[in-house]
Write a protein that binds this ligand. Structure first.
Ligand SMILES: [Zn+2]
Length: 426
């Protein structure tokens, strides 16, 4: 689907109302997360990248890679990264503007979803702010959201998802989460995942994606256990009647063959990549899996002549040392250094983008099999005749069996180990 008339039609009908209102004259195809999910389902045995755009260089490099691979793509930012207490310059309220501008500048014509990752509800009091804040992020161009109340017990997780759903446009992509991303601790089960998805279904809510705790962690991967493919496949099979795809978190650090297995053997259509892209952009030495290679003192190693200038890297390391930041905390350098990095010479910024583009292109084409999915996304829009592709499944569950009281009673029956408390955020 390459000719301009068809593209003009897809632009006309495929962009959601908030995007059309914000960018009335844009040539960028910003779409609902549903379009990306459906495109990957149509592609089969494939998933695409949901890139955490922690800085402008990462977003630019990923968009270039996706255009080259003719792949759908998701640009996302987590609440911890780009919410009210952000540690990144890219946030819920400027991400769509940044992506739209870059797509127009670089003539990017693939479907791009703008996803609010880990919209975290850690306790019931968080609901008050969420009810005010969620409408504002859609107003600002978000087209997909991950409601993450997985820090709370199962019944409260489900009830929070149901309550907040009234604030989420029906056309938007919707991800939900069971079991905090905690590595091998408190792995998700068919029971707790089914409880969440069936409860949502009973309330007329069809989540496009579910995120599981299936063995990975956010950030630098050290345990080596990685993704549990069989567990993930078993859970996805149980959820198939509800049309739930998988969202894989913590991909940085998992082997290519493990990621290929996830794309092939499970219903995963979205793979979140955050830390690896940041490290690649900076010129930090990473292994094939995008995991930073630490030296004997546990410090990141910069590749000379790649990514940032050596001077800028030295300044960032000194700044981190002064804050007492190590390894995973380096992510907090994104906000204070964005302007300084924007002021680096063009050829430096271009080599940083190229490194992100190469890394992302290889993942999309050689590991995720996402190549060509852009056309499938555009076809899904044409087939629907609208930006709203609708739910993947009808209501199966009886709402009378999922009243608040019955939800609490059912949850009490669930035998799930949620693992220890602690900060496992992106
Ligand atoms: Zn995550």
């Amino acid at each position: 689907m390459s000719n301009s008339t068809e593209y003009a039609k897809v632009l006309e009908i495929g962009r959601p109302p908030n995007i059309k209102r914000l960018f009335p004259h844009s040539q960028a195809l910003l779409v609902s997360g549903k379009v990306v999910d459906r495109a990957m389902i149509a592609r089969g045995d494939a998933m695409t990248m949901a890139a955490n755009g922690r800085n402008a260089i990462v977003i630019r490099g990923v968009l270039q890679a996706a255009q080259r691979a003719n792949s759908t793509i998701i640009i996302e930012i987590a609440r911890s990264e780009g919410g009210a207490n952000a540690y990144c310059p890219v946030n819920f309220w400027n991400m769509a503007r940044i992506v739209d501008a870059m797509c127009n500048e670089m003539n990017i014509t693939i479907p791009v979803a703008i996803h609010a990752d880990h919209y975290g509800i850690k306790k019931e009091e968080d609901m008050v702010m969420a009810k005010v804040e969620i409408p504002t992020i859609f107003e600002a161009g978000i087209t997909s959201i991950a409601v993450d109340a997985s820090h709370m017990p199962d019944d409260k997780n489900l009830l929070a998802n149901i309550e907040l759903n009234t604030l989420i446009p029906d056309w938007a992509g919707l991800e939900t989460e069971v079991g905090e991303i905690k590595g091998t601790l408190g792995l998700s089960t068919v029971d707790d995942a089914s409880f969440l998805i069936k409860g949502l279904n009973a309330h007329g809510i069809c989540a496009d994606w579910i995120a599981l705790n299936n063995g990975t962690i956010h950030g630098l991967e050290s345990s080596g256990q990685g993704i549990q493919v069989e567990l993930t496949s078993e859970i996805h099979k149980a959820l198939a009647p509800y049309g739930t795809s998988g969202a894989q978190h913590g991909t940085s650090g998992n082997s290519s063959e493990r990621l290929r297995a996830i794309a092939k053997e499970t219903a995963t259509t979205k793979a979140n990549v955050a830390t690896a892209l940041q490290m690649v952009a900076w010129g930090v030495d990473v292994n094939d899996y995008g995991n930073a290679i630490l030296d004997s003192d546990g410090r990141l190693q910069k590749v000379k002549g790649e990514g940032l200038t050596e001077e800028m890297w030295a300044e960032m390391v000194a700044f981190a040392d002064a804050q007492g930041w190590q390894g995973g905390d380096y992510k907090k350098l994104n906000l204070p250094f964005e302007n300084k990095i924007s002021g680096l010479a063009k050829e430096i910024r271009e080599r940083m983008c190229r490194r992100v583009e190469e890394f992302s292109y290889n993942l999309l084409v050689d590991v995720f099999s996402a190549e060509g999915s852009a056309d499938l996304g555009k076809e899904a829009i044409i087939a629907a005749g609208s930006h709203d592709l609708g739910p993947k499944a009808d209501r199966i569950e009886d709402p009378l069996e999922w009243t608040k009281e019955k939800i609490i009673a059912r949850a009490a029956e669930l035998d799930t180990d949620k693992g220890p408390e602690g900060d496992f955020d992106d």
